[in-house]
Design a protein. Structure first.
Length: 424
């Protein structure tokens, strides 16, 4: 196969030609927080606003019928992207956070009781922790955390022991860590959890942009992801659920669009997917999301994964040569398919915010902080990390600029640190 050339795609992303405030050309390496959008997505959205926008499902007039058709076609496109059996298994939400909260409120309140266990990993984003803490406060269930090992993943034996001992009602885990860059084996873990009677929710926020997500192959019960991380708009995400589960769940939000009948004494629900889409849905965002998943599908998710992996391996191999730079995550390339395009670093004696600020002056955009994974940072005894995250439009030159900037920060802020031996 021909080598992957990011230049082919960069011309679709005018924002990538920008400069940072310092005047340096921008190397946008904050894709785990949010990606950029290609012209194709921006055009699909402005085309709707300019030429056929109206509220969906309600009006029997030309614009409403055209918007409704485009909105429902977007659902079909997303169902194909996930390889869902039917479009009605795809619920449009406000984002991955809203998707997980919907499961916690709707499925959780109906199925979880005092004494039950919700099992998560220590590597979860707050979006896959806080809703379960809230569920625990409402129901008296318990949230239990699986620890990660020295290789920044979880051994099957540790998981099986926990599943045997805790018999969780739900196992909710991320397909890929937004801090460590670890890719978890979703299909295998889902099978183990199902064998122990647990329902499975997969947080695919960091998987959907970078690898093929096949919900039937995963066999997960619920899958969540966000539009803005797959080159789509903000304000939209997806909750995939197996049809029978969604059918059995009560709605979470009540309002227009989700009802079959309303009287002064009560209501009956609409069917799927409307039951979970109360109020005016994110219409233009759904149309933009469909354009986005089509775009990345055309780029090719396997090629995206391979290119990001090559960038990670290159940057990491250089970073690991620098005494005093610790990489907080698995070694890229050590185990096949275990590390994505995220590199979090810790420079002993240098605050992550200083790293990020210095990198910004070199035009390199990375994120500093706990990345909404405070329990993971506590577990690792770190207060913050600086995180670079690649996407398919990033180049090897940008990866090198990141490493060069880290070397410069380190010599500036931690001159003695360069002589210390790294822990890993
Ligand atoms: N899960 C993971 C693993 C994430 O990285 C993120 C976003 N940082 C979320 C959930 C939440 O996504 P959103 O903020 O779009 O709802």
């Amino acid at each position: 196969a021909a080598a992957f050339d990011p230049a082919v795609y960069r011309s679709d992303f005018p924002i990538l030609d920008r400069q940072a405030a310092s005047g340096a050309p921008l190397a946008f390496l904050d894709n785990a927080a949010s990606t950029q959008r290609p012209t194709q997505v921006i055009d699909a959205m402005s085309d709707c606003y300019r030429s056929y926008y109206a509220n969906v499902h309600r009006g029997i007039h030309t614009l409403s019928e055209e918007s409704t058709a485009a909105f429902e076609q977007a659902r079909v496109t997303v169902a194909q992207f996930l390889n869902a059996k039917r479009p009605r298994e795809v619920i449009f939400t406000a984002g991955a956070t809203a998707s997980i909260n919907t499961v916690a409120r709707s499925w959780g309140d109906a199925n979880v009781a005092a004494g039950d266990v919700v099992l998560v990993t220590i590597a979860e984003h707050h979006a896959n922790i806080v809703p379960w803490h809230q569920l625990a406060a409402r129901t008296g269930c318990r949230v239990e955390f699986l620890p990660i090992n020295d290789g920044f993943t979880i051994d099957d034996e540790v998981m099986v022991e926990a599943l045997d001992r805790l018999r969780p009602k739900l196992f909710a885990f991320t397909a890929a860590s937004n801090t460590l860059g670890t890719i978890f084996p979703v299909q295998r873990w889902t099978k183990l959890a199902h064998d122990h009677g647990a329902t499975v929710l997969v947080d695919a926020a960091q998987a959907a942009p970078h690898q093929v997500v096949d919900v039937q192959q995963w066999n997960a019960d619920f899958v969540a992801f966000s539009g803005h991380k797959v080159c789509g708009p903000t304000g939209i995400g997806v909750l995939y659920g197996k049809e029978a589960l969604l059918e059995a769940m009560p709605p979470f939000l009540g309002g227009g669009g989700m009802i079959h009948d309303v009287t002064t004494t009560g209501f009956t629900c609409a069917g799927l997917p409307e039951k979970f889409e109360a109020g005016t849905p994110p219409i233009v965002e759904a149309i933009g999301l469909a354009a986005a998943v089509k775009y990345i599908t055309e780029v090719g998710l396997d090629r995206i994964a391979a290119h990001e992996h090559a960038l990670s391996e290159h940057a990491e191999s250089r970073l690991r040569e620098i005494t005093g730079v610790q990489i907080v995550g698995p070694v890229a390339g050590a185990v096949p398919n275990q590390k994505n395009g995220i590199i979090s670093i810790h420079l002993p004696g240098v605050h992550a915010h200083d790293v990020s600020q210095q990198l910004d002056s070199a035009g390199v955009a990375v994120r500093a902080g706990h990345h909404c994974t405070m329990p993971l940072h506590h577990f690792l005894k770190l207060s913050a990390t600086a995180r670079a995250s690649f996407y398919f439009y990033n180049t090897i030159e940008e990866a090198d600029r990141f490493v060069d900037a880290v070397i410069e920060v380190q010599s500036k802020f931690a001159p003695s640190g360069r002589k210390r031996r790294p822990r890993t």
